[in-house]
Design a protein around this ligand. Structure first.
Ligand SMILES: Cc1ncc(COP(=O)(O)O)c(C=O)c1O
Length: 461
């Protein structure tokens, strides 16, 4: 079933980058040499790269033009002021600390906000987010609603936090042991699923009742706002900037990987409202990132980021962006590919346990699927499942996540629908030829420590 709405594509290409497909035997050789971990491939080995939407978007002529205006002064640059002003205009935070990317924002914020053995409840924390909380000796607790833990069912806001779970966590550990509540919008680990305005409001109310800060991981805030406009009663006639403003009015601070919804190759920031928090963030920002008016970003990057924030909140852009990803998902469904429903904002997630029903769950079916798609068509995607979630920090046991997913992440403004049709055909071929035939998966050849999915290697069982 295909969406019937007409997609208006708000750009045309003026500069292109050649890509090519290696012969099948060469792909086979390279994926084996990479230990079946596609992070270990060179980009030249890849034909269609759906590894991530992070830093992979195409910049606009306006962003390129603004980058020429970059003021590279060490302190108090004009470009910092331009970025600070734009963050305030878009999100309402008066204070901004630039950092080189999202995880750096997490490091700086957690350095200040987490005390030993404090907790950070939230909705399916992203992997670097969880790791940074743990490095700061805190614990992340996932309070996502049950509907967000299954690939079935068309619940419109699967990224929501279950307020009752959150209440139980606060009751159990006591508010003074909660560092802050974290809402990831949209929720990447849960399938790019949005959080509703009502849920944001409810979480805010609970946070206020207990005197707790509410922080957003805002990497895909604009995509979240579009889903609210599309799906939540009362928001159809509101503009995206109005919705974004309301969303952020409930947050005390945010971390932002600008590589997503500010469409820049590199950059990020912390936004906050409280002047005291801003003062406390300055020292770790200087130590880990750089002076607090550049924090690891060049003036050119800060200019592009500010322009990206303006472009990403354009409703025509968002309709095209969300529409392209959705159509890709619908095409896969028409081929019988089991995907997470409803399709999220930045990616289509294949439920690999259903795709390979005969591969045992502890033999990394999603990792296997990533390797198969590369072998079949030079497509690079990423496992978001058993390998990525890692081990329980207390017991050391492998965590069995509710879903073992293969994520096909769509870079912003980069691939045409014809590219995606090619990918869909590759997936269909793997499904038809090997879906039920494969009975064994992969095991670790070398299990890397810590965030293991980037560098571990695998072998066939
Ligand atoms: C939700 C979310 N938070 C944080 C990050 C980390 O951002 P970065 O890759 O810029 O360090 C990511 C990156 O993918 C993300 O998706």
């Amino acid at each position: 079933m295909r969406s019937r709405e007409r997609l208006v594509i708000p750009f045309r290409s003026k500069v292109v980058e050649p890509i090519s497909l290696l012969p099948r035997e060469e792909r086979q050789r390279r994926v084996e040499a990479a230990g079946f971990n596609l992070f270990r491939l060179a980009s030249a080995d890849v034909y269609i790269d759906l590894l991530t939407d992070s830093g992979t978007g195409a910049i606009s002529v306006y962003q390129l033009g603004r980058s020429m205006m970059g003021d590279e002064s060490y302190a108090g640059s004009r470009s910092f002021e331009e970025m600070r002003r734009q963050v305030q205009e878009t999100m309402g935070f008066p204070f901004t600390i630039p950092v080189h990317q999202g995880r750096a924002a997490e490091q700086v914020l957690n350095y200040v906000m987490i005390r030993r053995n404090s907790f950070v409840p939230g909705n399916a924390h992203f992997d670097t987010t969880k790791a940074h909380i743990e490095i700061a000796e805190g614990r992340a607790i996932d309070c996502t609603i049950d509907a967000g833990r299954t690939s079935e069912g068309n619940y419109p806001f699967k990224g929501n936090i279950a307020v009752s779970k959150l209440e139980r966590v606060i009751e159990r550990y006591g508010a003074r042991h909660i560092a802050y509540i974290l809402l990831t919008i949209t929720c990447n680990s849960g399938g790019g699923q949005p959080v509703s305005m009502q849920n944001i409001r409810d979480v805010r109310a609970l946070a206020s009742a207990h005197g707790l800060p509410l922080v957003f991981d805002a990497a895909r805030f604009a995509e979240n706002a579009y889903f609210i406009k599309e799906r939540e009663p009362g928001y159809k006639d509101k503009s995206i900037p109005e919705i974004v403003h309301e969303m952020f009015s409930y947050a005390d601070a945010c971390t932002m990987s600008a590589k997503k919804d500010a469409i820049v190759p590199m950059g990020g920031f912390i936004g906050c409202r409280d002047p005291e928090l801003y003062e406390r963030l300055k020292t770790p920002a200087i130590l880990f990132e750089g002076f607090f008016t550049y924090g690891g970003m060049s003036g050119a990057d800060m200019e592009m980021l500010a322009q990206g924030l303006r472009e990403v909140t354009d409703v025509t852009y968002l309709a095209y962006r969300i529409g392209q990803v959705r159509r890709f998902g619908e095409l896969l469904q028409s081929f019988g590919v089991p995907i997470v429903e409803p399709v999220g904002g930045h990616a289509v997630f294949i439920d690999a346990r259903k795709f390979f029903p005969n591969v045992p769950e502890d033999e990394f079916p999603a990792q296997l699927l990533c390797a198969e798609l590369y072998r079949e068509g030079g497509v690079r995607c990423v496992e978001v499942g058993s390998c990525l979630v890692g081990r329980d920090p207390d017991s050391g046991e492998n965590i069995r996540p509710p879903l073992d997913l293969c994520r096909l992440t769509i870079p912003r403004r980069v691939y045409t629908f014809e590219h995606l049709e090619y990918v869909a055909d590759v997936i269909r071929t793997v499904l038809e030829e090997r879906g039920t035939k494969l009975k064994r998966g992969l095991c670790f050849d070398h299990e890397a420590e810590g965030i293991r999915h980037f560098s571990s290697t695998f072998r066939y069982l």
